[in-house]
Structure formats: C-alpha cells, structure tokens
Design a protein around this ligand. Structure first.
Ligand code: NAP
Length: 484
C-alpha cells in the first residue's frame, strides 16, 4: 500500500507556488507514519524568502481572480470538489499514511472536505449587498460585498484536508487568493489538494501551498502589508500569538482554536442514545478533534448505567493500524500526544479516579498507540477537566443538580463545542442557552457540516467557518452613497 501511495501522482515532495512545483535546495522536513514511525517522504522546509514569493504570487493573481464572475468561481470550485470525490480513495489512503486515522474516517474526511467547496460554490453566487433607505431626498445608500484580498491560512494535522477546504473554499468563492501553510506532520494531503487545484483549472497563484518553518512563515504573513487576512486553526497558544502579530497591519483574523467540550447526561435522557452519542463524540479520530468530549458530566441517578454501557461499548473498539480492516482507533499523531494522555490518566488516578478500562500505552506496537481508557469518579480539579486531552480518554464526573452541571461545563476559558442529552424540551432550551460554547449538540453528537457555522467563544476563537457566515469572513462590506 505504501509504495502505491508514494508512487501516485498525488504524492508531491515539493511546494505549490504560483502554479509551479518547487523543491528545496537545502532544508527538508521528514514526514512519518504515526502507526509505525517509518519516514514516508519529505517536504521543503521553506522560510521567509519563499513565503514572500508566495505572497507576491497571490497578490499578482488577485486582480484577474477577483474580476471573474461568481459563476466562474463557482464552476471551478465545483470541479475541484468533483475531482476530490473522484479520487477519494487515493486521497484517503495518503491521509491515513501520514495522519494515521482509520481509512474509513479518512475517506469520510475527503467527502466532508469536498462539501465545503460545493457549499461555497453556491454561496459565491449569493454574496448579496443591500439597499438602505436614504436619510436625504435624492440620496441612495447601497452596500456591496467584496473579497478582502490576499489571505493566508495556517492549518493543523488532525483534519489535514478539511481544515484547508473550509478556508480556501470561502476565500476563493469571495474572490480572494490564498497561501496555505499546512501542519508539518501532514503536508502531503495539502499538496495533493494542490494537484487537483491545478487539474480543476484554478489559475496560477490563486491557491498556493508552502511547507516549512512555521514561525518564520507566520512572521512573514503578519509582517506583510499585502496579506489582508489570516485564518488559523490550531492551538490557543499559537492563535493568541498570531493575533498579537496580526495587529501590526490590522490584518483581519479568524481563529479556530482548542476546546474542552463537556458532555452532560441528565437523568431524563435516553441512556442508550447518550452512550451512542458519547462514542461518536469522544472517539472520532481517536479523540483528536477540537470538538471531542473532554469531560462526561453525568447525573448521579443514571451514572452507574451510563458508565456500564459506555464501558461495554468502549471494550468493542479496535485499536490498530488505520489501514487494517475493522480498526476504529489508531495511533496518535506523535509520542508527545501519547504522553499527554498518559499524564492525564496518571493525574486522574492519583486524584482518586477509578480506572475502569484501558490505561495502557502500547509502545510495543511500534507506533503512537494508547488504549481507549475510561475513568470514573472524576472531579474538576483533575488535569483532564482543565486542559484539552486530545486522545482516547473518557472521564466521568457525577453531578446532582442541573445548575451544578452548567457551572462545571462553563468552568473553563474555552468554549468551542458542548453536548447534552435530555428528553425534556424545557430543559433543552434552558441548558442550551446557558452553555458558554459556540456550538451545542442537543441529543446529537455529530455537529459539524458545511451548512452550519463552526466556531468558538471565549478562548476557543474568533469568527465562524462554513455556513453563510463563513463567506463573510473573507468579504468586506462597502457602503456606497449616491448623491442626488
Ligand atoms: P498547533 O501546534 O497550534 O499547530 C497548528 C498549526 O500552527 C500548524 O500548521 C503548525 O505548524 C503551526 N504553528 C506552529 N507553531 C507556530 C508559530 N509559532 N506560529 C504560527 N504557526 C505555528 O496545533 P496542533 O497541536 O497541531 O493542532 C491541534 C490543536 O488544533 C488543538 O488545540 C485543536 O483543538 C485545535 N483545532 C481546532 C479546530 C477548530 O476548528 N477550532 C479544528 C482542529 C484543531 P507545524 O506543524 O509546522 O508546527
């Protein structure tokens, strides 16, 4: 399988700038397979010079691209999406090789990623302005929307393709050009997307991918007076630094940052549905999503039943190489990720947590494996309650009253996703309104799709991706005042 992937035309060990594939003369970044540590290839370790070239290319391409009609941009985005779907198997295999996730999930990510191009292909045609009643006779007030210009995107490794398409889809639909800097752990999925951009006929310089030294590339983006917008998905720490640096030229900024999602199970919930939801919201991508549950808050009366059923469901998870049939839990992205989960397990157990299942990292398998782990008797002083775990650890914290659960759920500086299960409609509205999160799943745990606004409150970020709001992030409202 590996040979087939690295010999395919999608496997590019070069950056895509101004419609050309550029290799490094000096430094490279090795990319490994998290399932076994094998090096699968390398990409250029570019820095400020090449980033400036990419910015110039995006700036040169901008006038012609923004002059295209919305219908033309829409057709190109649709074509790009269709190519992704046509080659979904090859793109998914490449993703599993560099990111580790089970092949079924990688394929689902390609379909999900393509849906952002399809969505924004439609939204491109609906970037409507307004007419506003004038304040003086004979005057006319009108607004139009225009793309912000040259954009830069920095993306993480957990969703190597979709975190790019939901930025680039919106940017290109709005008439902007973009430079993407993907995570160094998963650059090949981004470069494969560039192969298809070329095939779809996206003009040179409109979509560029640069790999390399993250801080030097980011510093070049923020120091540039040409880049008008930065969109970042990743950790809150780096997002905060970028926001400070973007202040130099008052660049617009969108931030999709970390989460610490609570999942509340009330005593009036269907426990079977809650367990099914818990499995999906906790163990997708082996716990490595920003909307993964970090804390299970369970009302005391139903805690034993929920715990027992969750343990049974977790015992059926299959850990292994993402390419193996039936595997649904894979290696984590690197050793540091395994160590963080281990630290959270050890801390929880040291603070009185009861280990029900798992708790073992498996270095003997050669990759970054850790068993799905369940801990009961959790409490809010544990590290797992205060920090994003990003791995397959589920901790159950019992509570008595609704107000207590809401207070615990909101007791974090982060506010990305939150979930709760209840069959009481009054409670559903009451709790949903009080949770401090950008997204709330109510008796639902799969909440992300191209039609819905994705984003956080508090330190989880700024702005929204996907939906009609996602396009606005890449557009300016211009007010025109016509005199009599
Ligand atoms: P990260 O360390 O912040 O990395 C994300 C991106 O930032 C990578 O491309 C990385 O490049 C780059 N980067 C690293 N240092 C930088 C610097 N000094 N300046 C500018 N860019 C820099 O985050 P991660 O650990 O890879 O990703 C996981 C985090 O992303 C989690 O917190 C997760 O919750 C969050 N996330 C949020 C969302 C959302 O939509 N809210 C979605 C997915 C993930 P290198 O790879 O080259 O270091």
């Amino acid at each position: 399988m590996r040979d087939q992937i690295v010999n395919s035309r999608f496997f590019k060990q070069a950056c895509y700038i101004d419609g050309r594939w550029i290799k490094s003369n000096e430094d490279w970044i090795d990319v490994d397979n998290p399932a076994n540590g094998d090096i699968i290839g390398r990409v250029p370790k570019f820095s400020a010079v090449q980033t400036s070239q990419a910015i110039s290319a995006a700036a040169q391409a901008l006038p012609a691209w923004r002059a295209t009609s919305a219908a033309e941009r829409s057709a190109l985005l649709r074509c790009w999406a269709e190519l992704m779907l046509q080659h979904a198997d090859a793109l998914a295999a490449l993703m599993t090789l560099e990111q580790g996730k089970p092949l079924v999930e990688a394929k689902a990510e390609i379909v999900y990623a393509a849906s952002y191009f399809t969505w924004f292909a439609e939204e491109a045609k609906r970037a409507y302005g307004e007419t506003i009643p004038a304040v003086k006779p004979g005057q006319h007030i009108v607004t139009i929307k225009q793309g912000v210009g040259v954009c830069a995107a920095i993306t993480p490794w957990n969703f190597p393709t979709s975190m790019i398409t939901r930025k680039a889809g919106a940017a290109l639909a709005a008439g902007c050009t973009i430079i993407v800097k993907p995570a160094s752990a998963t650059p090949f999925s981004a470069l494969a997307l560039a192969v298809l951009a070329e095939e779809a006929g996206i003009p040179s310089g409109v979509f560029n991918v640069i790999t390399g030294n993250a801080s030097a590339i980011a510093a070049t983006f923020t120091a540039s007076a040409v880049v008008t917008k930065i969109s970042f998905t990743g950790s809150t720490k780096i997002g905060s630094q970028l926001m400070a640096n973007a202040a130099q030229h008052i660049q617009k900024i969108s931030l999709e940052l970390g989460g610490n999602a609570p999942f509340i199970v009330f005593d009036d919930a269907s426990i079977d549905k809650a367990v099914a939801g818990a499995m999906a919201a906790k163990f997708r991508n082996t716990g490595q999503t920003c909307v993964c549950v970090n804390r299970f808050l369970v009302q005391r009366a139903v805690e034993p039943e929920f715990r027992k059923k969750l343990a049974i469901a977790m015992a059926e998870l299959i850990l292994g190489d993402g390419f193996d049939e039936g595997v649904n839990q894979s290696a984590l992205i690197n050793r540091a990720a395994v160590e963080k989960v281990n630290d959270h397990i050890n801390d929880a157990v040291a603070q009185g947590g009861q280990l029900i299942l798992g708790g073992v990292s498996c270095p003997q398998q050669g990759g970054n494996y850790i068993e799905p782990t369940l801990i009961a008797n959790g409490h809010s002083a544990m590290s797992v309650c205060c920090e994003e775990t990003f791995g397959p650890l589920a901790v159950i914290i019992p509570f008595d009253k609704e107000s207590e659960a809401i207070a615990m759920a909101n007791d974090t500086p982060l506010g990305l996703a939150a979930y709760f299960y209840s069959d009481n409609i009054h409670r559903c509205w009451r709790v949903a309104e009080q949770l401090e999160a950008g997204m709330v799943g109510i008796n639902e745990s799969i909440i992300s799709n191209a039609s819905a606004p994705f984003g956080g409150v508090k330190s989880s970020g700024l702005g929204r991706e996907g939906s009609k709001y996602g396009l606005d992030e890449y557009m300016e409202v211009k007010y025109l005042c016509f005199g009599s």
